[in-house]
Ligand binder design. Structure first.
Ligand code: KG4
Ligand code: ZN
Length: 346
């Protein structure tokens, strides 16, 4: 085919999303539509995502969103060349909704189905937005994941580091909750930190100095709780100071961990002519201080720093569609219609 159009579906967490992406003959991707419905309001009263509520909300929203994505892209269902749906990892209820819908569409249109790993979607986004060549390093920092991944090619990923306890976004959310700030915690902590003193509290910098590339954030959360308990009741200034100190500890931790990752990448490709690059993805990538830290680190190590637009950094279906297109272009096989969703899928 001269070009390929694919419908993407994402339902692994609390965003229902549908998108149509085209891959031009020169390999360039173009997003024809990208519709995302966040369930933030449904979950905010509970201070986190409630799986059962999420699954029901996906059921209600998905058909309409797919219709909208097709309309915006000005394509009809029979004109689609393939379907890509997230099949894991994530909340099983949502995965079932999205994957079953994808299967049904593939079945009636007689088009191939690609069951996509959500993390692969994040990992390949920078090729859609920036045409980035392989290999590169990707840091995924969201509410559910904290991973440093070597992206070698389509379907070729090496996990260099992961969190041994909380995800970084989760640490922001829990810290916010401890301090009485609203959910989601990341933006609230960042806002409060602007007026705070980052040096007032000496919080731990977990795993800093260790050779392995893993992360750990639960000790940080515990230290925040201790600091908050000791000086309670908290004034607004106390809250701001804790947030600023927390963010500084996180930044310094990332600086050490990712710095080691960049050095390892250099070593790995020492004899090869590659332009080293680091890509960030996930909601935490919205954090200004973290972005600046990573950017400075990249300049110091001679890496290109790529932060796709926030809309494509957080959960969306364009990245799932694109992962399907990449699989097609790499001539990887599509998936059988009895493929099963996987809540865990490393
Ligand atoms: O990728 P994402 O939108 O979705 C999932 O993880 O499903 O990431 C959400 C996470 C939340 O934990 C949220 O608190 C965090 O990203 N986050 C931030 C900021 N904005 C969102 N963390 C730190 N600073 C921010 N500005
Ligand atoms: Zn995600």
């Amino acid at each position: 085919a001269p070009f390929l159009r694919i419908l993407g579906i994402e339902t692994s967490c609390d965003e229902t999303a549908a998108s149509v992406v085209v891959r031009h003959p020169d390999g360039r991707g173009e997003i024809l539509s990208d519709v995302v419905l966040s369930q933030l309001e449904e979950h905010s009263a509970f201070g986190g995502v409630v799986p059962e509520i999420a699954a029901r909300a996906h059921v209600e929203a998905l058909d309409g969103l797919i219709q909208e994505a097709l309309e915006q892209a000005k394509v009809s269902l029979p004109e689609i060349d393939a379907v890509a749906a997230t099949s894991g990892p994530g909340l099983i209820g949502g995965l079932i909704v999205g994957l079953m819908t994808g299967k049904a569409i593939a079945r009636v249109t007689n088009k191939p189905l690609f069951a996509i790993n959500h993390l692969e979607g994040h990992a390949l986004t920078a090729r859609l937005t920036d045409g980035l060549p392989f290999p590169y390093l990707m840091l995924l920092v969201s509410g559910g994941h904290t991973q440093l991944i070597l992206v070698r090619g389509v379907g070729e990923y090496e996990r260099w580091g992961t969190t041994i306890d909380d995800a970084l976004g989760e640490a922001f959310d829990k810290t916010a909750k401890l301090l009485g700030l609203p959910y989601p915690g990341g933006p609230a902590v960042e806002r409060a930190a602007l007026k705070g003193d980052p040096d007032r509290f000496k919080l731990p910098r977990p795993l800093v100095g260790e050779a392995r590339l893993d992360f750990s954030f639960s000790g940080l959360k515990t230290a925040v709780r201790q600091a908050a308990t000791e000086i309670a009741p908290l004034s607004d200034q106390d809250v701001a100071d804790i947030c600023a100190s927390f963010q500084k500890a996180v930044s310094r931790t990332l600086q050490d961990r990712i710095g080691r990752g960049l050095a390892r990448f250099r070593g790995e490709y020492a004899d090869v002519d590659v332009q080293p690059a680091l890509v960030v993805a996930g909601g935490v990538a919205a954090n200004d201080e973290i972005r600046r830290t990573l950017q400075a680190l990249c300049i110091e190590h001679g890496f290109r720093f790529i932060a796709p637009p926030m809309r494509l950094c957080t959960d969306n279906a364009a990245m799932i569609a694109w992962a399907g297109l990449e699989r097609m272009a790499a001539e990887l096989p599509s998936d059988p219609l009895d493929v099963q969703p996987r809540s865990r899928w490393p």
